[in-house]
Design a protein around this ligand. Structure first.
Ligand code: SF4
Length: 327
């Protein structure tokens, strides 16, 4: 008998109102109607014995042809020779994403925290620079990363009304880890500066406030369809896992918008906080455990950072629903 198999990097995720075929190698996805998704999700290949004169048989056969043409699947007589992909996930870092809200209060402990970050290991840092801080003060702080294990730094200038291209260039000088600078509430004349062209790939300019930008960000474009995220999402909440924030008051939180405070950087070490059960339990609540999200076809590549709420009967919800994604 002949079978149709999807390539092992192409995985079906079935949702309530629709399904998706995730192509993890090419980092994209295709929408699939649920009845076909049911057929395609046979672990070891779909037997090609559908009645071609039936409506479903006709559609399924056309679909298989289209999937073969697009390099998403193939026909075989030996489906057992093609094992499924392992979705195990491991990360050598203690933290994956660390957000620091930098202002005159929190700047005093910046170097201490970065030292701790270096010993724990963290791949990406986001520094949010408040409007009360001079950019020149940040130039010096960035030198702390010279010997660090941090791979990427995002700089967010919350109020860029007074910022100049020269000041922004100074932040980049000698700091190859800075891969993006976002300037909010900015003066759009910046793009008319001759030097703008040299750094325009790194710079994102917006007239909006950061809060407006974050509210609009949650849509299909914010999904990440790569192998690492998909594997991590099988067990963890990819929007919250290994994320930590120091907010503008020096409080440790999972994300700046969350209400739950885990401790204060003036009283607790980073090492203690990353072992705090309130935090590590949140990291492990993947979308399969969250009401509404568990039936969503995007649950393995949705990076929603919305705070979670547990009800008395043990159910877990996102604090903000609907999420803004149309299905
Ligand atoms: S937040 Fe929305 S898009 Fe993301 S998994 Fe939940 S329901 Fe789906």
């Amino acid at each position: 008998m002949k079978y149709f198999c999807l390539y092992s990097n192409c995985i079906i995720v079935i949702g309530e109102s629709g399904s998706v075929l995730c192509d993890l190698q090419n980092e994209c996805y295709y929408s699939v109607p649920n009845n076909l998704a049911d057929l395609l999700s046979f672990n070891r290949g779909t037997p090609i014995n559908l009645n071609k004169s039936s409506q479903l048989g006709k559609i399924a056969n056309e679909y298989f042809e289209m999937l073969v043409k697009n390099n998403l699947g193939f026909y075989t007589k030996k489906p057992h020779s093609y094992p499924s992909l392992s979705l195990d996930w491991k990360n050598p870092y203690g933290l994956d994403y660390f957000i620091y809200e930098l202002n005159p209060l929190t700047i005093v402990s910046f170097s201490k925290i970065i030292k701790e970050i270096n010993s724990i290991g963290c791949s990406t840092i986001e520094i949010r620079i408040s409007e009360d801080l001079q950019l020149i003060a940040v130039e010096d702080l960035l030198k702390s990363f010279k010997q660090s294990r941090v791979r990427s730094i995002y700089l967010i200038i919350e109020n860029g009304q007074g910022a100049s291209i020269q000041q922004i260039q100074a932040l980049l000088k000698g700091n190859s880890r800075v891969i993006k600078i976002f300037v909010f509430q900015c003066n759009t004349d910046l793009v008319e500066n001759d030097s703008y062209q040299q750094i325009k790939d790194i710079l994102l300019l917006s007239k909006e406030k950061i809060t407006e930008f974050e509210t609009k960000r949650m849509n299909q474009n914010s999904f990440v369809h790569n192998m690492a995220a998909f594997c991590e999402a099988q067990e963890y909440n990819i929007g919250l896992n290994r994320k930590l924030t120091v907010d503008g008051f020096g409080n440790f939180k999972n994300h700046p918008k969350h209400k739950l405070i885990l401790g204060s950087m003036f009283e607790h070490s980073l090492n203690d906080i990353i072992r705090n059960e309130d935090l590590t339990l949140l990291w492990k609540v993947n979308n399969n455990r969250i009401e509404y999200c568990r039936n969503c076809q995007f649950r393995f590549f949705c990076f929603s950072e919305v705070e979670l709420i547990k009800t008395e009967d043990g159910k877990i919800y996102k604090s903000h629903y609907p999420c803004g994604v149309s299905k």
